[in-house]
Design a protein around this ligand. Structure first.
Ligand code: ARG
Length: 467
C-alpha cells in the first residue's frame, strides 16, 4: 500500500489525553461512520430522551434543553434530507451528531453527553433500530403467508405427488403443500415476537460500564423511548449482544425456509416437472441461449440464505472471547446485522409478490401423481380395515405393485380378478380408494391433505394473521 503512516491533525472527542494524533490508517480502521449512520435517527431519538431526562432530574437547565432539542430537530431534518455532512474524523454516528449539535447550539451541545457513554448509547440505538426492523419483517412474513394462503385456497383440491426421498410417495393437494410453508413462517413470526421481548430493554444509564454518579431516571427514558424495561445490570447492558445473535438466528431460519421453498420452485419450473410457472418479471434470460427462462429469484434467495447463516456464525464468534464489559469488537456487530435485515426484507417482499403470481399446471401435477403407485398405501389401509394385520397388507400390496409394474399399469388399472390374486378381501369398492381423489379426500383429519381440511386450515391460518 502506498499510503504512509501519516498523522491526522484534527482534535477528536477524546484527543486531550494523547500526545500525537491518530495515524490516518488507524483512523479509517477504527471508524464506523461509513456504516453506522444508518442508526442516525435512532441516535437522535435516544439523545432527545436522554436530554429531557437530564432536565427533569435537574442535571440540565431548561435553557440548555431548549437549545439541544432545537439542534437535534435541525440535525434530524438534515439527516432526512441527506444534507448532513458525515466526517471520518468524528469516527462514528454518535460523535458526528454531537459535534454538529455543538456547532449549532454551542456549550449546551457539549452538556448532552453528561451521565452517558457511547457504550450505552450505541446499545440503545441498535435496540431501537432493531425493534422497528423486527416489526417490519414480521409484517413481511405475514404478507408472504397471505399469498401462500390465497394460493392454497385456490388449489385446495389440486392434486400433486407428495414426495419422500424426492420419490413419488402419496398424493397430496398443492394447497396442503403450500400450507406447510405457512406453518414454518408462522413459527418464524413467533420467534421474532419472542426475540423482540428481549430487544425491548433499555441499556441507557449504564454509561461506560459501571453506571453513573448522577441521579438519573432510567424508567423515564424507557417510557419515552417505548422500552418495556430497563437493563438490570450495567455491565451486561453495555456488552450484551445476545439480542442481535438471537435475531440473526431467527432470520437464519426464515432464510432456511425460503431456501427450501426456493429449491422446490426451481424443481417445479423445470420442464421435467412443469408443475408451475413463475411470472416473467421474476425470471431472467440467458445472454447466449435465447430460449432460456431461468428462475433466478429463487436461486438467488437460496444462495442468500448462506450469507445470513454466515452472519450468525460471525456474530457468535465475535462475542465468544469478549471479557466484560464493552470492547471495541462490538463495533463489528453492525454490518452483519444490517445485511441480515436487508437480505431478509428484500427476499420476503419479493416472495410475497412472486408467490401470488405462481401459475399452476394442474395437469402435469396430476400426471406425476399417477406415476409411482402413489395410492399403494391406500390399498394397504383398505385391507387393514377389512381385518388384515398391517404388515400382511403391506406385503400383499407390495406384490400387487410388482405385478402392476411388470404390466406397466397403475394399481387402479388392474382388474378386480387381478387384484384379488393378492387378497380375496378386495371388493369392487376398491376402485374408489385407489383414485387420487379418493386418497386425498380420505385424509380429512386435522393436519391432513383432504381439500376440506385444506380449506379449514387456510381459514385458521388466515385468522392468525394481523388484520
Ligand atoms: N462506534 C462504536 C460501536 O459501534 C460506539 C461505541 C464506542 N465506544 C468506545 N468506547 N469506543 O460500538
Amino acid at each position: 500500500m502506498a499510503e504512509k503512516s501519516k498523522k491526522t491533525t484534527a482534535g477528536t472527542a477524546w484527543s486531550g489525553r494523547f500526545a500525537e494524533p491518530v495515524a490516518a490508517r488507524v483512523q479509517r480502521y477504527t471508524a464506523s461512520v461509513e456504516f453506522d449512520t444508518r442508526l442516525a435517527q435512532h441516535d437522535v431519538r435516544g439523545s432527545r430522551a436522554h436530554a429531557r431526562m437530564l432536565r427533569s432530574a435537574g442535571i440540565l437547565s431548561q435553557a440548555d434543553l431548549t437549545k439541544i432539542e432545537r439542534g437535534l430537530s435541525t440535525i434530524s431534518r438534515e439527516i432526512a434530507a441527506g444534507k448532513f455532512k458525515w466526517s471520518l474524523e468524528a469516527e462514528d454516528v454518535h460523535l458526528n451528531i454531537e459535534r454538529r449539535l455543538t456547532a449549532l447550539v454551542g456549550d449546551a451541545g457539549k452538556r448532552l453527553h453528561t451521565a452517558r457513554s457511547r457504550n450505552d448509547q450505541v446499545a440503545t440505538d441498535i435496540r431501537l433500530w432493531l425493534r422497528d426492523e423486527i416489526d417490519e419483517i414480521t409484517a413481511l412474513l405475514a404478507a408472504v403467508q397471505k399469498s401462500l394462503i390465497a394460493q392454497a385456497e385456490k388449489h385446495a383440491a389440486t392434486i400433486m405427488p407428495g414426495f419422500t426421498h424426492l420419490q413419488v410417495a402419496q398424493p397430496v393437494t398443492f394447497g396442503h403443500h403450500l400450507l406447510a410453508y405457512v406453518e414454518m413462517f408462522e413459527r418464524d413470526r413467533e420467534r421474532l415476537a419472542d426475540c423482540r421481548k428481549r430487544v425491548d430493554t433499555l441499556p441507557l444509564g449504564a454509561a461506560a460500564l459501571a453506571g453513573t454518579s448522577f441521579p438519573i431516571r432510567r424508567e423515564q427514558v424507557a417510557r419515552e423511548l417505548g422500552f418495556a424495561r430497563v437493563a438490570q445490570n450495567s455491565l451486561d447492558a453495555v456488552s450484551d449482544r445476545d439480542f442481535a445473535i438471537e435475531f440473526t438466528a431467527a432470520a437464519s431460519l426464515i432464510m432456511l425456509h425460503i431456501s427450501r421453498l426456493s429449491e422446490e420452485l426451481v424443481l417445479w419450473v423445470n420442464p421435467r416437472f412443469a408443475f408451475i410457472s413463475l411470472p416473467d418479471r421474476f425470471c431472467t434470460g440467458s445472454s447466449i441461449m435465447p430460449q432460456k427462462k431461468n428462475p433466478d429469484v429463487p436461486e438467488l434467495a437460496r444462495g442468500k440464505s448462506g450469507r445470513v447463516f454466515g452472519h450468525l456464525v460471525g456474530l457468535l464468534t465475535l462475542m465468544k472471547g469478549q471479557p466484560l464489559a464493552y470492547n471495541k469488537d462490538n463495533q463489528e456487530d453492525k454490518e452483519p446485522l444490517f445485511d441480515t435485515v436487508d437480505t431478509v426484507k428484500d427476499t420476503l417482499a419479493i416472495f410475497a409478490e412472486m408467490m401470488a403470481g405462481v401459475k399452476v399446471n394442474a395437469k402435469a401435477m396430476r400426471a406425476a401423481a399417477l406415476e409411482g403407485f402413489s395410492t399403494a398405501t391406500d390399498l394397504a389401509d383398505y385391507l387393514v380395515k377389512k381385518g388384515l394385520p398391517f404388515r400382511d397388507a403391506h406385503e400383499a400390496v407390495a406384490r400387487a405393485v410388482r405385478f402392476a409394474e411388470g404390466e406397466k399399469r397403475d394399481l387402479a388399472e388392474l382388474t378386480l380378478a387381478e387384484l384379488r390374486q393378492f387378497s380375496d378381501k378386495i371388493d369392487r369398492n376398491i376402485y374408489r380408494v385407489l383414485t387420487l381423489e379418493g386418497s386425498v379426500a380420505a385424509r380429512k383429519h386435522t393436519g391432513g391433505t383432504a381439500p376440506v381440511q385444506v380449506m379449514a386450515s387456510a381459514k385458521a391460518a388466515r385468522a392468525r394473521l394481523p388484520k
